[in-house]
Design a protein around this ligand. Sequence first.
Ligand code: MG
Ligand code: MG
Length: 255
Amino acid sequence: MVELKTTESIDAMRAAGRVVGRALGAVRAAADVGVSLRELDTVAREVLRAAGAGSPFLGYRPRFAPVPFPAVVCASVNDAIVHGIPDDYRLRDGDLVSIDCGATLDGWAGDAAVSFTVGRARPADLALIATAERALAAGIAAAVPGNRIGDIAHAIGSIGRAAGYGIPDGFGGHGIGREMHEDPGVPNEGPPGRGMKLRPGMVLAIEPMLVAGGTDDYLTDGDGWTLRTVDGSRAAHAEHTVAITAAGPRILTLA
Ligand code: MG
Ligand code: MG
């Protein structure tokens, strides 16, 4: 079931989303060669704490997970696609890092992700990240009343495929509100004009994930959480929480 949010609720979600945007900005500013993933998680924790926000990631345990998620961000480096657990790994020159962060404030959730490089970037990584961001922008642009979920999926998938990238099978965005994961699912690929009609008050997390090697398969790490590419190629992830309004898409997770 899809819950339509009032303008007041969307404003409250904007407050939660702003905390997410700030946390991602702080993590990105702190990320550098030699900094550990655990230290980046601590940076995000501090932003959430200072804002009086909670974390929908910390302790989250979906059916597939062997242990509750132990951090407030997912940190996925190089061939990790999403759901990486921040550990003592220290970033190296040229690493591609994807950080996914959530926050809850006054009972509302926000969810966003960003990918970036540290040190001397590989041109191929910059192209991958730029394409993920373009796919996200296209998905957001399609998030208007009268369109359908399939139009968002098609916008994202067309850009990823045109660039020759893989799109991990079965992963995508989701409705969001009082819970981080609500209906409907928002696939990262699919035919246009299909699926649920978009209405003002729907709030969606839109989140393309692209794999440089071009395959849609993935592996799950021994930790039960981290998804990795099967060919060792790199992956990028970009996400915003977006409200569908009569005036057009409203991004709720900007800093
Ligand atoms: Mg996320
Ligand atoms: Mg999400």
